[in-house]
Design a protein. Structure first.
Length: 301
């Protein structure tokens, strides 16, 4: 069975909901559909504050139904295949949806198992944390309060990620917590990031460099976390240029997992074929697909 809509939006996260609301305000909700399988809506930018003890995880969770704009159709299903040449989206249920215009906003996929030992360590080591999930963000705050000194490690992987600043925002909040609790002289705060600079945008990197120096944070560039052994309290990093590996002892580690585009985007004609491959290829100024003029992409994808 097919359904037709004037505008189809894939993804009911912050990006998809915002676009739907603005379009509905302008042209009315009739003829607009959101494809989103989840019952819950998460405001993920707040998870850094949850990890720092400044907010609760519960405050970031809302009912998805409460955020679907009036008049907009909610297709509680999952997109599985894009056929932009035919203006169709095939859903997990087998239904096909046709459209006049498409907005692709499904977010991305977190690949928890792409770093060896990370999933096991997050479950079993109270010192291994991440703010990149509703489940684990509160654990960061628990680990911060339990930390009494030693090596505090913060990582940024060699893949595109959602919120490129989040891996270092928690680092600054952690360092501030140490100062306020008379623990700073008992800790070594170290960043192991994939980039050669603390931030990929030159002007931001230059502005942040004096902050690293003032806060005595050690920056190690071009390192990618590839393994965590929580039984030996060691993290293994690979140098992206030299190919060498090093082991670093940790007493606290905030690990940012590797991330990837959803398969239905990566395997579609909308995806870029240039590295990093699989992400949606759009004009950076208009967010319009470079291949299909009636398709737009927003957000992490």
């Amino acid at each position: 069975m097919n359904e037709h809509f004037k505008i189809v939006i894939i993804g009911g996260g912050t990006g998809g909901i915002t676009v739907a609301a603005r379009l509905a305000n302008k042209i009315g909700g009739d003829g607009i559909a959101i494809i989103e399988p989840s019952d819950k809506h998460y405001y993920q930018p707040m998870w850094t504050l949850v990890g720092a003890g400044a907010a609760t995880a519960e405050s970031t969770e809302k009912n998805e139904a409460d955020y679907i704009p009036a008049g907009v159709s909610w297709l509680k299903d999952r997109a599985e295949k894009l056929n932009p040449k035919e203006n169709t989206v095939v859903l997990a249920s087998g239904k096909t949806v046709t459209y006049e215009a498409l907005v692709v906003a499904p977010g991305l996929v977190i690949e928890w198992d792409a770093i060896e030992g990370l999933t096991d360590a997050l479950k079993n080591d109270p010192r291994v944390v991440t703010n990149y999930s509703f489940e684990y963000a509160p654990k960061t705050w628990e680990a911060m309060q339990a930390f009494k000194g030693g090596n505090a490690i913060f990582t940024h992987p060699a893949t595109p990620i959602k919120c490129g600043g989040a891996p270092q925002k928690i680092m600054y909040l952690f360092e501030d917590y140490l100062r306020r609790n008379s623990l700073r002289d008992k800790a070594e705060v170290k960043a192991y990031f994939q980039g050669g600079s603390i931030f990929g945008i030159k002007e931001f990197g230059e502005a942040l460099q004096p902050i690293l120096k003032a806060r005595d944070i050690e920056f190690n560039g071009r390192y990618d976390l590839i393994k965590i052994d929580h039984e030996s309290s060691k993290a293994t990093f690979k140098h992206l240029d030299e190919g060498t590996e090093i082991e670093v002892d940790y007493d606290f580690i905030h690990a940012t997992p590797k991330m990837a585009p959803p398969a239905f985007v990566a395997e579609s004609p909308l995806a870029t074929t240039e590295a990093p491959t699989g992400w949606m290829d759009v004009d950076p100024y208009t967010l319009q697909s470079t291949q299909f003029k009636n398709v737009f992409g927003i957000g992490d994808v």
